[in-house]
Design a protein around this ligand. Structure first.
Ligand SMILES: Cc1cc2nc3c(=O)[nH]c(=O)nc-3n(C[C@H](O)[C@H](O)[C@H](O)COP(=O)(O)OP(=O)(O)OC[C@H]3O[C@@H](n4cnc5c(N)ncnc54)[C@H](O)[C@@H]3O)c2cc1C
Ligand SMILES: NC(=O)c1ccc[n+]([C@@H]2O[C@H](COP(=O)([O-])OP(=O)(O)OC[C@H]3O[C@@H](n4cnc5c(N)ncnc54)[C@H](OP(=O)(O)O)[C@@H]3O)[C@@H](O)[C@H]2O)c1
Length: 287
């Protein structure tokens, strides 16, 4: 850009950014603030970058992965996604929003549009109908489990299915209790999340009271039921977008195994490692 800049003050700033002394400020300006190419060009309006240079310099868009949140049994020939619009504030308090999720959210419900997609195997394989499950889900992490619950519901009409204990966490009951009616209807009598079928649905609203309430708190309350299901061969599946969540949930399950199995902490840790090795402790997390 310095090569194509005409205004003197812009040239000085670009020279500073390209110098060893300007490295930290460049990092702050560029990476920390996540400026787009367009925003940078707008900050330096005298830069006359030839179009062919621009095309060569701008990287192609990255692909984005989304968990499939529908069951092929319940919705043949459809693929549903559950997408949270990523939004955050930069260190300089600029509002930012994610490119792909914002774009998807702006599409109208009736809009028909071609998007290139691909499919790849995720880290949460569909469980067999007879595998009891402990599902732990903060926020959009419920995407794959909506598919699991719908699949098990369809399977339960023709064969015996194992129970599911479902722990769901979100910020507010009012704003982001995703698929509320879906979970609640399956938790009613006879549903795959119902107590009658050995299952359960527990929800933690983190911001509806002064003190944070997370899925772990609900799990501690239900520790006996979790341990009883784990002892009968259940698998634990965890999904979500929080960076600290997977380790916090694992520590919580370690505490539950230690308390309810009446074993020392290190034995509980080994027990969970064995569960993981057997492919029965699985996490799909993104940040
Ligand atoms: C296996 C897998 C499954 C996934 N499943 C789902 C799903 O089911 N639903 C879903 O909504 N998403 C899912 N994701 C995440 C999804 O792929 C995208 O990353 C997400 O939608 C954001 O994309 P975007 O284009 O909107 O944001 P982008 O434009 O890519 O911006 C996101 C970028 O902003 C940064 N960022 C985000 N928040 C902050 C913050 N608070 N502070 C600082 N920087 C921040 C991140 O580092 C990231 O690089 C999944 C990811 C993986 C890997
Ligand atoms: N604008 C909005 O209203 C809004 C709402 C939802 C999502 N979003 C956007 O969508 C993105 C992803 O959203 P999401 O719904 O998947 O996730 P999320 O809302 O960021 O998190 C889901 C739940 O997990 C809780 N949580 C945070 N840390 C945890 C931990 N260590 N252990 C257990 N639970 C934990 C959160 O509580 P706390 O966050 O209260 O700590 C929240 O209740 C967000 O980063 C945000 O950009 C925006």
């Amino acid at each position: 850009m310095r090569f194509f800049v005409t205004a003197e003050h812009e040239k000085e700033r670009l020279q500073y950014f390209a110098s060893p002394e300007g490295r930290n400020d460049l990092y702050q300006y560029n990476q920390k603030e996540r400026r787009t190419v367009l925003e940078v060009l707008e900050d330096f309006p005298s830069v006359q970058l030839p179009f062919e240079w621009l095309v060569q310099l701008v990287p192609p868009l990255k692909t984005r992965a989304f968990s499939i949140s529908s069951s092929p049994l319940a919705h043949p020939k459809q693929v549903h996604l559950t997408v949270s619009v990523a939004s955050w504030k930069t260190p300089y308090k600029r509002n930012r929003s994610g490119l792909c999720s914002t774009w998807l959210a702006e599409l109208g419900p009736e809009e028909r549009i071609s998007i290139p997609v691909w499919f790849s195997r995720g880290s949460l394989p569909p469980p067999s109908p007879t595998l009891p499950l402990v599902l732990v889900v903060p926020g959009t992490g419920c995407a794959p489990f909506r598919a699991f619950v719908a699949e098990r519901e369809s399977q339960s009409t023709s064969e015996a299915t194992a129970p599911i204990l479902f722990f769901f966490g979100c910020r507010n009951e009012e704003n982001d209790f995703l698929y509320r009616d879906f979970w609640l209807s399956h938790a009613q009598s006879g549903g795959v999340l119902s107590e009658e079928k050995g299952g359960g649905f527990f929800v933690a609203f983190s911001r509806d009271q002064p003190k944070k309430l997370y899925v772990q708190h609900k799990m501690e309350e239900e520790s006996q039921r979790i341990w009883s299901l784990l002892s009968s061969g259940a698998a634990v599946y965890i999904a979500g977008s929080s960076t600290k969540m997977p380790t916090d949930v694992m520590s919580c399950i370690e505490r539950i195994v230690a308390k309810e199995g009446v074993v020392p902490k290190d034995s509980a840790v080994r027990w969970l490692r064995a569960l993981e090795k057997a492919g029965k402790y699985r996490v799909e997390a993104w940040s």
